[in-house]
Design a protein around this ligand. Sequence first.
Ligand SMILES: Nc1ncnc2c1ncn2[C@@H]1O[C@H](COP(=O)(O)OP(=O)(O)OP(=O)(O)O)[C@@H](O)[C@H]1O
Length: 334
Amino acid sequence: MTAPAPFGARLDDVVVRFGRQRRVTRDGGTFREDASTALDGASLTIRPGTITGVLGRNGAGKTTMLSLLAAYRRPTSGRVAVGAGDDPAAWEDPWENPWATSNVQLVSEGGGVQDDEKLRETLKYYADLRPHWDAEAAERLLDLFEISTRKKPNALSRGKRSAVGAVLGLASRAPLTIFDEVYLGMDAPTRYAFYDEILADYAAHPRTILLSSHLVEEVERLFEDVVVLDGGRVLLAETAEEMARRGFSLTGPTTAVERLAGDRKVLHRQQLGGTVQVTLEGAPDDGTRAAAREAGVELGHLPLQDLFVRLTDPAAHRATVAGRDADASRGARR
Ligand SMILES: Nc1ncnc2c1ncn2[C@@H]1O[C@H](COP(=O)(O)OP(=O)(O)OP(=O)(O)O)[C@@H](O)[C@H]1O
């Protein structure tokens, strides 16, 4: 079978509301109220043939968004589309669309397995369901994660169940493969093996992979694109390269770093004795680069975690290095 073309995905002004409830007014009348809004006018495009990180704090709407793409649910309003090619106008609504759903694989924590049957039955089911299923890859990965197909999933540990999800997602070779917090319960060596397998499999069989995770530091190296959701809205959707240009870090002697940082906004600050590392908003100009070299200050890339924390925290600490501490020292020098 020829390799399938990677899928793109798009959300246009998508709203998802859950749990309409009947409320009683003071005068005894009733009205219906939305209990929660999981997505609140979310719009974005996932480029075909990329690994895209989906980040957001608890309850931001990640699982809801990913479920829409796999047609596990319908939006309350707005449009969802998936499909091959670079023209989103040609993509299709995945809802009750067998062509779309057979090409989209969503793996959630502990999901996608038949609990009361041996794992080998689940594998047969996937082989029938997934047009691009690779049975050899599934076998190799199950060996790698030391999982026996003779076991029933409910007899597996939480980490092993997650590893089964990783296997199902990878071996599906689906043009749109979605891993929603699939790492839960996996120990660190297993997680790193999973990340390496994603990269190797993606290189050998290009497709579109969406990966949601709270372990931002661990997974950032995988991402070509990044989506950040917050309160049901898309806070940011851009390439990892564009994101990297949103900030930089300086590491070195405290006074030199403070001088170089000036009034820039601080995303993160870590003091180790006389050495400080600060993550700053914005791109370094040539002057800053030259001055850093001269002062023996190391200029580094922006850790995604710092930007993520900053972006999703409305009450973010807006201090600058030139703020509280440095102000005091400048005052003393005047
Ligand atoms: N079936 C449901 N019924 C009612 N509310 C729901 C339902 N599913 C999700 N929600 C609500 O929608 C919002 C978004 O939930 P969602 O699970 O999409 O977030 P998430 O970003 O995946 O969170 P987490 O990182 O904690 O998994 C939350 O406020 C959640 O309580």
